[in-house]
Write a protein of this length. Structure first.
Length: 112
């Protein structure tokens, strides 16, 4: 909802902050999952022999890889804003970023 055509500089800044928070939460989820596999839950032997575990890891990796292009675009927009540009997000760039975000959400919804 934040990433829409015709975004202002303040919305781009909010979007960049949300993306940073998203990255931090992804790292937290990865870390807590690693701790669960190693020390809690059913133990590493159970998880490492379970094909569903590998499917979830692959989905997590896919979401992480798909999130790279939007992050790079946010960084480019922020660089333009910091250099004094006013309208940094063109409509076709926003549509491309939105497409990546929707794919991420669809993959993320398949985790459970």
């Amino acid at each position: 909802m934040v990433c829409t055509p015709g975004m202002t500089g303040s919305r781009v800044r909010v979007l960049a902050r949300l993306d940073l928070a998203y990255m931090c939460l992804a790292l937290l989820a990865l870390g807590s999952g690693a701790v669960r596999v190693a020390w809690f839950g059913k133990g590493a032997a159970f998880y490492l022999h379970n094909p569903v575990f590998y499917i979830k890891i692959a989905l997590f990796l896919a979401v992480g890889l798909i999130s790279i292009p939007p992050t790079l675009q946010f960084l480019r927009w922020m660089r333009s804003l910091n250099s004094g540009a006013t309208n940094v997000a063109s409509d076709y760039q926003v549509i491309r970023v939105r497409r990546h975000i929707l794919i991420e959400l669809a993959l993320f919804a398949s985790f459970p």
